[in-house]
Design a protein around this ligand. Structure first.
Ligand code: PLP
Length: 379
């Protein structure tokens, strides 16, 4: 056979990994078993009841009474696309905070939707000072939306959202928050903060496989969608159509994957059993332990230590250590996945995620044990 032909593989022979990167995170056996439940039709009354229950549980985790709370088919980027495509019409102004990779992705999507983007930028690893976002709004008071990334997975920085939420609630501008890496790991509080559209993904701190994007829209966001003159450019992610499917009418729209919803439902059940506050505490405790262990070995934080996320730690390796080679060694020799850098963080950092089921003392010990065996940081 020519050497270029793909090798034949069998899924059962793939080696399991300890997923300590920026997502996906480890999925529990219980959630995987739920995923394997026999597939149901997308209009089966049992499935529709399950969808309603998922929506109810998501409201609890988002901290909202929003009726328009659902999980759209697709990954976190589908949530981002749904948020922006439903709110923006060509010619609208969107104020987009950019302090890392995912803020940049939001700006790109908004531009493609025909919006005029006012970018408020901060250096990667820093937060966007709320005053600067508020000033941008004062300069563009008619902006349709202002968006920020709550947990910048590219840098490990936690963006303050309270001040901006409180300020925008007195304006016509909608507050959009990317909670892909925050939901389930740190408090989000959609209603308390005054977020109009908040979206997430199942595979980061929620502990389910990738494939669904929870999203919640306030009533004023739903009004903006309803009053649109131009139909939503994405038929697939049109929230009005999705609500007709998921809502009381149950009109066929697309074939939602019942299996992914089984898994998400089980993951939400696990969160309920643990308790949301206890889960946040666990992420905080384990994240602090990781930073202590790595600090003792000469690793340094990439981002502002005053705004460090517990669930995602971006670190520079000790002097002389080859971040790329050692990351491959971690995967090949120890079966541990960590992330590499993005953009300006480049080849010099590791991004370590302790998300969902990955946020455990055992994960930290396995990682630190491997770091020691690889001789990183030893003199
Ligand atoms: C992972 C991530 C996304 C994109 O999610 P996908 O599931 O990869 O599409 C968006 N925003 C943030 C902050 C993320 O961490």
């Amino acid at each position: 056979m020519p050497s270029s032909s793909p090798s034949r593989v069998s899924v059962s022979q793939l080696k399991p990994r300890l997923l300590l990167g920026p997502g996906p995170s480890p999925v529990s056996g219980r959630v995987l078993r739920a995923l394997a439940h026999p597939t149901l039709g997308h209009l089966d009354p049992q499935f529709l009841t399950l969808l309603d229950d998922v929506s109810l549980r998501l409201r609890g985790i988002f901290g909202t009474g929003n009726e328009a709370t659902l999980a759209v088919s697709g990954t976190g980027s589908a949530g981002m696309q749904a948020a922006l495509a439903n709110l923006l019409q060509p010619g609208d102004t969107a104020i987009v905070g950019i302090h890392g990779y995912f803020g940049g992705r939001m700006a790109e999507m908004a531009r493609r939707l025909g919006a005029g983007v006012v970018a408020v930028e901060a250096e990667w690893g820093r937060v966007l000072e709320p005053e600067r976002l508020i000033d941008a709004h004062r300069a563009h008071p008619r902006a349709r939306l202002l968006s920020v990334v709550h947990a910048e997975t590219s840098t490990g920085v936690r963006q303050p959202i309270r001040e901006v939420g409180a300020y925008l609630s007195g304006t016509e501008t909608l507050f959009v928050v990317d909670a892909v890496t925050s939901l389930g790991g740190i408090p989000v509080g959609v209603d308390a903060v005054g977020i109009d559209v908040c979206y997430s993904a199942t595979q980061k701190c929620l502990g389910a496989p990738p494939g669904l994007a929870p999203i919640s829209l306030s009533s004023r966001a739903v009004d903006v969608v309803r009053r649109r003159k131009v139909p939503v450019s994405s038929w697939y992610l049109d929230v009005g159509l999705l609500m007709d499917y998921l809502g009381a009418g149950h009109v066929y729209h697309h074939t939602a994957s019942s299996n992914l919803f089984f898994a998400l439902h089980e993951a939400l059940q696990e969160i309920e059993e643990e308790g949301l506050e206890a889960r946040h505490d666990r992420h905080r405790r384990v994240g602090a332990r990781l930073r202590l262990e790595l600090g003792a070995r000469g690793f340094t934080l990439f981002g502002d230590p005053g705004h460090q996320l517990p669930e995602l730690t971006s670190v520079r390796l000790p002097d002389g250590a080859d971040a790329v080679r050692l990351r491959h060694a971690l995967l090949e020799r120890y079966g541990i996945e960590v992330g590499g850098g993005l953009g300006p963080t480049g080849a010099s950092v590791w991004r370590i995620g302790l998300m969902g089921n990955g946020a455990s003392e055992a994960s930290v010990e396995r990682l630190v044990g491997a770091v020691d065996e690889l001789g990183i940081g030893s003199v």
